[in-house]
Design a protein around this ligand. Structure first.
Ligand SMILES: Nc1ncnc2c1ncn2[C@@H]1O[C@H](COP(=O)(O)OP(=O)(O)O)[C@@H](O)[C@H]1O
Ligand SMILES: [Mg+2]
Length: 299
């Protein structure tokens, strides 16, 4: 079972505390309807990884995550043989005088096959086809992308000793990129693409209410207005939604009722992660931004 409509995507995700705009919900709906991978690109902390988790939870599917990193190769993304255990089996066979052909078969049986995310995603799972999250694809390199392109085009993987394994029902595939480099066109073309932007004031307030419901309305509004203003500044790394939520939790832990320049400066480490950016906000800057945020709220 998947979602019956775009509206249903939005309500299903909202019940998992994920606030999804119409455009993103449309891409999710179509991706599932047409069986196309969904490619989500955007700044860090804008909810790309989270949406895959939330889709899996709302559909009762298993989430299989392939975290990309520099140097990730096809072998470790698909499967590995448990060499140590195979060696043991060979030793024991030598002592027990097992038949060679029998040993061969045994060595390449499931007992020694270590399934990695891509192979797991091709295998039947309880609850239906899993959600395959290929996270932070921009961290890998072109050869891995080429390999993925093939794996995603026919949803099958080949193990030389075993043959080709094809998914009975293809997984729901979500790829993310923080755009530290451009991902190749060929791969993007296979997918439905969506740029996940920072939310506007209203949506971010809604997210904060869902994720930090303990925060009072006035404080939440000040936090969001301030972060929205902060993103307009010339920063090395702008705060994402994750930082907004973290910051709210920090302020709550300190029993803050209203923002002040002092509390802002004291808690900047929750929203800014580079010393140069934190430096920018010292002195009168925090007050200026807070004043601007307050006037946004008043208007
Ligand atoms: N639209 C949203 N609705 C609810 N929470 C969100 C949303 N966007 C981001 N978040 C929050 O921000 C956190 C970080 O998001 P994440 O998916 O890790 O970002 P990304 O993968 O884009 O870097 C999530 O754990 C979630 O708490
Ligand atoms: Mg992520």
């Amino acid at each position: 079972m998947t979602y019956a409509s775009i509206d249903e995507v939005q309500t299903a995700l909202a019940s998992e505390d994920y606030i999804c705009g119409r455009a993103l919900a449309t891409v999710v709906y179509l991706g599932l309807e047409l069986g196309r991978p969904i490619f989500l690109e955007g700044e860090a902390g804008t909810g790309k990884t989270e949406i895959a988790k939330v889709i899996a939870a709302s559909l009762g599917r298993r989430l299989i995550r392939l975290q990309c990193y520099e140097g990730l190769d096809a072998a470790s993304a698909v499967y590995e043989w448990n060499f140590a255990a195979q060696m043991m089996a060979i030793r024991m066979a030598e002592q027990g005088g097992v038949d060679q052909a029998e040993l061969q078969r045994h060595l390449y049986s499931d007992e020694f096959l270590v399934a990695r995310p891509l192979l797991e995603a091709m295998q039947p799972q309880p609850g239906g086809a899993p959600v395959l999250l290929i996270d932070e694809l921009d961290r890998t390199d072109a050869p891995f992308e080429a390999f993925l392109l093939e794996a995603l085009s026919d949803f099958q993987v080949t193990i030389p000793e075993r043959g080709t394994i094809k998914a009975e029902s293809p997984p729901i595939v979500i790829l993310t990129s923080n755009r530290t480099r451009e991902v190749h066109d060929a791969l993007k073309r296979r997918c439905l693409y969506h740029w996940v932007d920072y939310p506007d004031f209203d949506r971010e307030l809604e997210i904060l209410k869902a994720r930090a419901p303990e925060a009072a309305e006035t404080l939440s509004r000040e936090i969001v207005a301030f972060v929205q203003r902060l993103r307009g500044e010339d920063l090395f790394k702008k705060p994402g939604v994750a930082e907004t939520i973290d910051w709210a939790k920090c302020l709550l832990a300190l029993d803050v009722v209203n923002l002040s320049p002092e509390t802002i400066v004291d808690t900047l480490g929750a929203i800014l992660k580079y010393q140069d950016d934190i430096q920018e906000l010292q002195g009168s800057e925090a007050k200026r931004l807070l004043d601007e945020a307050r006037s946004d709220l008043a208007s």
